[in-house]
Structure formats: C-alpha cells, structure tokens
Design a protein around this ligand. Structure first.
Ligand code: ADP
Ligand code: MG
Length: 858
C-alpha cells in the first residue's frame, strides 16, 4: 500500500460515503474523478483516462472535466441511469490552511434532476419509493420533483401487481429498503430498468406534516417518509413546492397490465420506443407542455366512473362544436408557459427575472381564457371557467417590479423597474446625474482647452479618463492633468474632480446592482408564498388543454362521441386510430363489432396480413379512448365500461421485437386468466404459436374453453388453427368471424372486411408472393400445398418422394425425370389428412402415427 497524500485521503473518505455515485471532486477549474469512477467515466463520457502521480509504483487512474462544461457530462451520466455527487471546495483556497475543505453539496440522480435541459417537456420525471409490510401489502409512492406532485398507491395483490403498476409510469429511480429481497431488487433494476437507491430510515419527520395531513394509515406514512427522507438528504434545498400526497385508488381506474400497455403501443411503439406511431402521438393535440403531461397521465389511468367520463365528454363536445372559441382558447394557451415546473423552480430558488416575466405573460392570458370559457352556456363550462382563478396580485407585483426584458443573470442589475424602490431610484439618480455631469465636463474641457477632439471615456482598468490626441497635447495647460495611460496616438489623463465623481458613480452602480439582486429575491419569495395557487391553476389549465386537444383531434379525424351502455357493446364502422392516421389516403377499411353476453367471445380467422391483429387492437384502443373521455374512431359506438384489459399479441408480432419465447406467451396468458373478470376485455392474438402445432392448438382450445366457461370476459381470439372454428358448435357464447380475402387471378386481395363465419383457406403462399419471393419458389410451394391438401397434381418439376421416406418438404431435383408419387404415399397422406386429432388421446395418436409409418416403410 502506498501512502496517500492528504488530499487523496480526503477524497477516499468522501467517496466512501457516496459509493453508488460518480464523485465529481472539485480541483481548481476541474471536476476530477479517480480510480473506478475514472475508468468507468472515461468510457461512458469518451474522455481521456490519465494517471495521477505517474512516477509512482501504483499511479492512480484519473480523468477530469472542466467545471463550466459539467452540466452536459452530468446529463449524459444521468441519462444512462447513473448518479453524480458534486463535491465542491467550501473554503477559499487562498486562505485555507492545509487541504482545502470539500463537501458534497448536491447529489444529482435520475429521479431528482430539476435542470430543464435534463427533463423532457411533455413527460413527468418520477422518483418512486417502494415499501413492503409484514401483512403482505406494498406501498408505491411517486414524486415528480419538478412539478411537486406526490401520489401514493397501496397494493394488496402481491408482487406481480407491483411490477405492473411500476411499469405503467415513467419512473427513473426507485428508493427501496435494503431489506427488500435481492431477486425482487433485480427485477426492478433489470426488468423495469430503474435506478435503485436505498433509504432505510422511514421515521416521520414533523417538517412534512402538511404534506401528510390526509394520510391516516401508518403504512402510507412510512412509505412516504422513506421517499421524503431520501429527497431531503440528497437535495439539501427547499422543497416548499411539494404538494399534499394524493392517494390513488387503483380500483378506480381501468387497469392495464404491462403487457397490454406495451402491446397496444399507448405511449410508445414496441420497435422504436418512440412516441411517433403510438396512440399518444395521434391524440396529443395539446398546446402546452403541462397539457401533454396530463394527457399521458390520463392515458395511463383510464376511468371507470361513468359520471367522470361523461363529464369530460360533455366538455369535449362543447369544444368540438365551437370551433371559433376552441381556436381562441388554443391561441391563449400558446403563450402559457410551463407554470407547473416554474412553480417548482421558484421554490427551488433557481429562476431568473426572465422566468418571472414568462410567468407574468402566462398569467396575463388567464382572464381571456376565462372569458372565452364563460361564453359557453353549459353549466359545466361555466364551472370550468370559475375554476380558473386569476392571481392578480402576482401579476401586479411583477408588473411593478420587473422590466419587460431583463437579462439572464440576476447578478448584473437592469431587472428592476424605476419607481419600484426609492433607494434604488436614488442610486440610479446618482449614476445618471454622474454621467450627465461627465458629459457636461467634456463640453467644458473642450471649450477651455479649445481641443475639439478631446473626449472623456471609460474602461475597467483605469476608470474615467480624458483623452487628448498627441497633436493637441501642446494646448493642454500645465499642472491640472495627471497622466494615466499612453497610447500610440493619444494620452489619457485624470483630474481630481473626475476621480471624485467616478467614485460616486461606481459606488452607486455597485450598490444598485446589489440592491436589485436583493429586491429580486424578495419578489421571488413573495411569489413563493402563492405556489399552491399557481399549482392549482396549472392543473386547471392542463385539464382545459387536454379536453380541447380531444375536441381538436376528434374533429379533424372524425371521431364520434361514444354512449356508455350496460350490456351490448356495438361499434359501427370502427377504425384503428393509429393505422388510419399513418395511411394518409383514407384507405382504411372500417369494420363493425358487437359483443354481448350471448356472444362474448369472437374467434377470428383469416389469412395472414388480412387484418386480424388490427381489428383486435382497434377495439382495445377505442375502449381506452372512450374511457379517458375522448371521442372514438367510428360512425357510432355503444361502449361498455371495462375494468381491465389484457392482451396477448401473437408470437409473429413480437418476434420482430426480438423477445418471443413460449414462456412469455404463457406468462401473459396466465396473467389474463388469473386476473380477468366478466367485466374485462381479453385479446388473445394467435396464442400457441410459440410451440409445436398440436401442443399449441390444444392449449389455445383449452384457454378459450376456460375463458368461456369460467371467466366470461369479453374476448377476441384470433387463430391460424382452423380446427378451432369447430368450437362454435360446442361453446354457445362463441361466435366465428373472419377477415374476408378474395383470390383474383391467382393473387390474394385483402379486403380487410370482417364477416360472420369461419375463413376457408390459408393464403400464406399468396402473402409470400406479395413479399416478392422468387417465382419458382412460390410455384413449388403451391405444388407442395396441393399435395398436402391431398389433391396432388404432379408439378412440372420433380418430386422425389420415395417409398422409404415420407417427406413433405421435398428437395428440388435438377434432373427432369418425372415420377408419380408412389401409391403408398398417396394413401398415407389421405389417411393423415382425415385424422381428427381433437378426438384422439395422445396414445391413439401415437398408434395412428405408428400405423402410417409402417405403411411407408414396408
Ligand atoms: P393479421 O393479424 O391478420 O396478420 P394485421 O392486422 O397485422 O394482419 O394487418 C396487416 C396489415 O394490413 C396492417 O399492417 C395494415 O396495414 C393492413 N390492414 C389491416 N386492417 C386494415 C383495414 N381495416 N384497412 C386497411 N388496411 C388494413
Ligand atoms: Mg396478426
């Protein structure tokens, strides 16, 4: 072990307290990192790894970044889910004895960033905490530090429900107890990809009393305290903007498990993980960032209460019908800044005068917004208008105190208006008078010396000076002028009275800048007192924004207001909101759907690519749109309220996403079966694909039967197992439907129309043709298909099916010898085709197979 320098000893001590973060250790103009931190950071940030004390036997790996560029590097690390601890010099190096004192002044973590360039505008940035209790319950707490919101959910249905709930939210970081079992911790970090942080102290801190007032359950208090303690310990700044905890009753919302949320691409697509192509992308006609975040929240928790849905729909309908007023509202909203996050930053103390001017500009829109809403006659619109409370006192304060275009810095003055502070006005008078006096002095000097080019200037080093060109020097009287600086063409002088005036001006300037800073802080503190009012206003504005967005998208995409009924779901000419948006040319084919108690399961058959998956998702998306209070894509809709939606989307589809395993498929199916009720909607798309044919078919059938007999959930079930269409005979509540396709001159034409009854043929080969596989290959496949179907006509190419080898997938031979399929083969194929597998036990199947094999090997 080599002996460390005192500074390294200090480093190691601080690092030991911040093991899970990159320690940015301030050294002069740099933040340095050492050892493991340096090695990892040099990779992640692509910066050079160097060594400290390179002469030593064991030099220390090191890398550094200039302090003024730190923000960008921090952003990269946070974006990758890491934490950063900022360690500053907390005493002046010039006066320090020994090693300069250093302390971690802030920890920046993925869930606690506040800097607006590290946050995405339209999305919340949640930090969560998870607590588990002896009685088997879990409590999840969400906090968005940038907006101040706090939400709590008590989960009684076990760990699986926790995962599904957490998956639903954009969580960047989760605070847990170090006692949480390791495998559960791994699931959080690996399955959900959330940064873990630990906080074991859950004792209630009296400082939070106001935030917790409404929590009457000790578990909730503890869980909330875990999160608040963590935030307090890492942030070390004012958290005055945090809102009172809101308890989320999960059973008040339509529940979507993580699979459904992913499969239905509500807010991001599976493939590209982006908003483009998701339902959110279609619906997001909000104007403000707050509205965009609110919409995302509504999508994450569709409603179950008919009354609340109708309330939203009523307002959407009003907006829908009043284009002019809606347009006026959209215009007003355009100048409304992110009030919610602004309130957070006011509390944190990191706003400048420009931010407050933006606040003012936003607030000034409120009266006109209110007036527009008051123009509607409906009572709901009137009360919406009444909820908008114009904070006149804040606007007045800002109007009186701040100039219209203040600088970015709050330390250079020029922010405060004349007339706001008497003291400031005196300083400013002194400055202005001083400057006027100097202008007069210039005139006077010119006249007295008769030097026309004489001028008075100012620079930072010498202050005010009188400048005389060399050619005119002889005109200057002796004695009064003191030389300060010599230029090539001129000399600069000062006089005692100029020095004296300069002193006065500079003092006034300095004092006024300091005073302006203090006045600004005062204004900010004044506004801070009204943060709850601003937050409430932000919420009402966000609501208005989302509702006008619904009206806007409903009008432009021709959506209709749904009715909510008790029994029979019935949609006329329904459409898929995203696909129709992507297909610009109005070519989407609308389809009807109806589901009721008598026919609660629809079994959908039809060729590949005909539109089965689209039809199923279309229903789920329509249901969700209806339950968030938006109009829906169709001509007419009677919807029923669903309590949960479950989806299992076919292996073919998630093969693309690179995650198809039969196990995943079964997990998702099981999740649906275990949790669905007769009020749920289940979409099972080509289940059983991930395993061998009979296995898969048997499971698919058993699942349909189980849902039919035990769960009675409304179910759409698509399948490529044609045999399953026979179930219509044995299951009274099941109905066959199919997607129509027509064959036209040897090509398949997809009509994308849903019809009653089962589909007849498989059009797989035609799809291959559409995909441009080589002509010879397509022809060969058609031949094989014909053979499989038993009506074998010899193809122009050669089959080499020999008596000893029952091969369906015959190699193509280059020789042109024509050969009839041996008689045994024909017979075997016919027998094989006629087997009714559904009525055979595995043993019977083995026997039949044995018999067939005998026939071809004899
Ligand atoms: P399947 O599940 O039957 O294989 P999909 O639902 O995946 O078929 O649909 C395949 C493609 O057909 C979709 O990507 C879409 O472009 C198109 N399609 C599906 N339904 C319709 C429709 N109703 N109108 C127009 N195009 C459709
Ligand atoms: Mg499909």
């Amino acid at each position: 072990m080599s002996k460390h320098t005192p500074m390294m000893v200090q480093y190691l001590k601080i690092k030991a307290e911040h093991k899970d973060a990159f320690l940015f250790f301030r050294l002069g103009d740099f933040y340095e990192m050492f050892y493991e931190d340096a090695i990892k950071a040099s990779k992640e940030l692509e910066i050079t790894l160097t060594k400290r004390d390179p002469g030593q036997k064991e030099p220390i790996p090191m890398c550094g970044i200039p302090y003024h560029a730190a923000e960008n590097y921090i952003k990269i690390l946070i974006g990758k889910g890491y934490k950063v601890a900022i360690c500053e010099q907390v005493e002046d190096p010039k006066t320090a004895k020994g090693v300069v004192k250093r302390e971690v002044i802030q920890q920046i973590t993925p869930g606690t960033v506040m800097e607006s360039n590290m946050l995405s505008e339209g999305e919340n940035n949640y930090i969560a905490s998870l607590s588990h209790f002896q009685d088997g319950t879990y409590v999840v707490v969400y906090n968005d530090l940038s907006t101040g919101e706090n939400q709590l959910a008590l989960i009684k249905d076990g760990w699986d429900a926790v995962i599904h709930e957490l998956y639903n939210q954009p969580i960047k970081e989760i605070v847990i107890s170090s006692n949480l079992p390791e495998d559960l911790q791994n699931q959080l970090s690996e399955r959900l990809n959330i940064t873990l942080s630990y906080q074991d102290e859950v004792n209630f801190n009296a400082e939070y009393r106001d935030l917790c007032e409404n929590l009457n359950d000790e578990r909730l208090m503890k869980a909330f305290s875990r999160l608040l303690n963590y935030i307090q310990q890492t942030q070390k700044r004012s958290l005055d903007h945090l809102k009172q905890a809101e308890i989320i009753q999960l059973h008040h919302y339509l529940s979507l498990d993580m699979y459904s949320k992913r499969n239905l691409e509500l807010s991001e697509t599976i493939l590209k993980k982006g908003k483009h192509g998701s339902l959110l992308w279609v619906l997001d006609k909000t104007v403000t960032a707050m509205g965009s975040r609110m919409l995302k929240k509504w999508l994450e928790r569709p409603l179950l209460s008919k009354a609340r849905i109708e309330e939203r729909l009523d307002i959407v309908e009003e907006f829908y019908q009043s284009f002019m007023e809606r347009d006026t509202i959209r215009e007003s909203l355009k100048s409304v800044y992110d009030l919610e996050r602004l309130a957070g930053r006011i509390a944190f103390g990191n706003v400048n005068a420009r931010d407050l001017i933006q606040l003012k500009a936003s607030l000034e829109r409120i009266p006109e917004l209110k007036a527009t809403l008051h123009q509607f006659e409906q009572a709901r619109m009137q009360s919406l208008a009444d909820e908008l409370i114009f904070p006149e006192h804040i606007v007045t304060l800002l109007n009186e105190s701040l100039v219209d275009e203040p600088p970015i810095s709050i330390k250079d003055g020029s922010m405060i208006k004349d007339g706001y502070s008497e003291q400031l006005d005196t300083y400013r008078d002194a400055m202005r008078n001083g400057k006027k006096w100097i202008a007069e002095l210039e005139q006077k000097e010119k006249q007295e010396t008769n030097i026309k080019s004489l001028k008075i200037g100012y620079n930072r080093v010498f202050g005010y000076y009188i400048e005389v060109t060399k050619a005119n020097l002889h005109l200057l009287p002796e004695g009064r002028y003191e030389r300060k600086q010599t230029l090539t063409t001129a000399e600069r002088y000062v006089t005692p009275e100029l020095k004296e005036k300069e002193q006065l001006i500079l003092e006034a300037e300095e004092q006024s800048v300091e005073l302006e800073y203090n006045l600004f802080i005062e204004v900010r503190e004044q506004i801070k007192k009204h943060i709850p009012q601003l937050q409430y206003l932000a919420e009402v504005v966000s609501n208005i924004d989302v509702l006008q967005a619904f009206a806007t998208v409903s009008e432009s995409n021709n959506y209709k207001r749904p009715r909510f009924v008790d029994n029979e779901l019935c949609i006329k000419n329904g459409r898929h909101p995203v696909i129709e948006e992507v297909m610009q040319d109005n070519t989407f084919v609308p389809n009807d759907i109806s589901l009721d108690q008598q026919k609660s399961i629809l079994l959908i058959t039809g060729p590949n690519m005909s539109g089965k998956s689209t039809y199923m998702r279309q229903l789920a998306l329509t249901v969700i749109m209806g339950q968030i209070g938006c109009f829906v894509p169709c001509d007419e809709a009677d919807l029923i309220l669903f309590d949960q939606i479950f989806t299992r989307i076919g292996a073919a589809d998630d093969l693309v996403a690179g995650q198809s395993t039969f196990m995943v498929e079964m997990l998702e199916a099981n999740h649906a079966i275990a949790n669905a009720t007769d009020k749920s909607l289940i979409l099972l798309d080509e289940i059983g694909r991930g395993t061998s044919t009979y296995d898969g078919m048997a499971l698919a059938q058993a699942i349909v039967e189980y849902i039919h007999n035990n769960i009675k959930a409304k179910t759409l079930f698509s399948t490529h197992y044609h045999e399953l269409t026979a179930l219509e005979n044995s299951l009274p509540n099941l109905k066959n439907i199919h997607v129509r396709a027509e064959e036209h001159e040897g090509n398949v034409v997809f009509l994308h129309q849903i019809k009653d009854g089962a589909a007849d043929e498989s059009y797989g080969i035609h799809v291959a043709k559409l995909a441009d596989l080589p002509g010879a290959l397509i022809e060969r496949a058609s031949t094989i298909l014909q053979q499989l179907e038993g009506n074998d006509k010899p193809s122009p190419t050669t089959e080499k099916i020999e008596a000893g080898q029952l091969s369906f997938f015959v190699e193509e031979s280059k020789s042109a010898k024509k050969e009839k399929i041996p008689v045994a083969g024909e017979k075997v194929m016919k027998e094989l085709k006629d087997l009714n597998l559904f009525e055979m036990t595995p043993l019977e199947a083995m026997n039949a197979l044995y018999k067939l094999q005998k026939q071809v090997t004899k």
